[in-house]
Design a protein around this ligand. Structure first.
Ligand code: G3P
Length: 217
């Protein structure tokens, strides 16, 4: 399972990269705004800064919603760095754009996916990654993990190569459950990665080992 971090915060990206388990970064316009990154040129520069930190794929989202503009915008994003994956929303023109980019060897991440049907369309259009938002489904009393399982089943039926990127991950149990189901990638906050480290028996066991070592020296 690949681990992506879902943030535009450079310090958190550096911290996850330093842990040695980071495979990529996802961003979106809200995450950019949260870091105070505004204006086209600043946003483009920020994507390049992220690519310099992480050794892996970096999703950069288009703002346009019509086919021609998405293509233009996506081509500019893809030109920025060979690690860039163009993030396209699951709308009708977005499906056309996914197909265009797939035909032109530009990698894509289809975002804002909330149903198995949308995920099937994204795979048919040749998306590199599909991003089902599991946390946002859970927020409205829908079962986000069940969606991951449905997509896994469908993609396996037809050997689709589109990778399931479980997004809107909120906590460590989402990560573990997605790994059990067989999501190819998870993207979440730094806390969802570092939270995997924690176990009270590890802490108490280590404290005892160190105390016993001290007794003998
Ligand atoms: O990767 C998608 C993600 O950014 C959405 O997460 O927490 O805003 O639902 P969230």
């Amino acid at each position: 399972m690949k681990f992506f971090i879902d943030t535009a915060n450079l310090e958190q990206i550096k911290e996850a990269q330093a842990l040695g388990v980071l495979d990529g970064v996802t961003t979106n316009p809200s995450l950019m705004a949260k870091e105070g990154i505004t204006g086209k040129n600043n946003i483009l520069k920020h994507y390049v800064d992220i690519c310099k930190i992480v050794d892996g794929d970096v999703s950069a989202e288009v703002i346009s919603t019509d086919f021609e503009s998405m293509v233009k915008e996506g081509e500019i994003l893809a030109e920025l760095h060979d690690q860039i994956v163009v993030k396209i929303p699951m709308i009708k023109d977005g499906v056309k754009a996914l197909k265009y980019f797939s035909d032109n060897q530009i990698r894509t991440n289809c975002t804002l996916v909330f149903s198995a049907g949308q995920a099937l369309l994204a795979a048919k259009a040749g998306a590199t990654y599909v991003s089902p938002f599991i946390g946002r489904l859970d927020d409205i009393s829908s079962d986000g993990l069940n969606l991951i399982a449905e997509i896994r089943h469908i993609y396996d039926n037809y050997a689709f190569e589109t990778q399931i990127l479980a997004a809107s991950i909120r906590h460590t149990m989402h990560v573990i459950d997605c790994a059990k189901i067989g999501a190819d990638v998870m993207t979440g906050p730094l806390s969802s990665i570092e939270g995997l480290l924690k176990h009270p028996l590890t802490d108490s066991g280590l404290a005892k080992f160190l105390a016993d070592y001290q007794k003998g020296n």
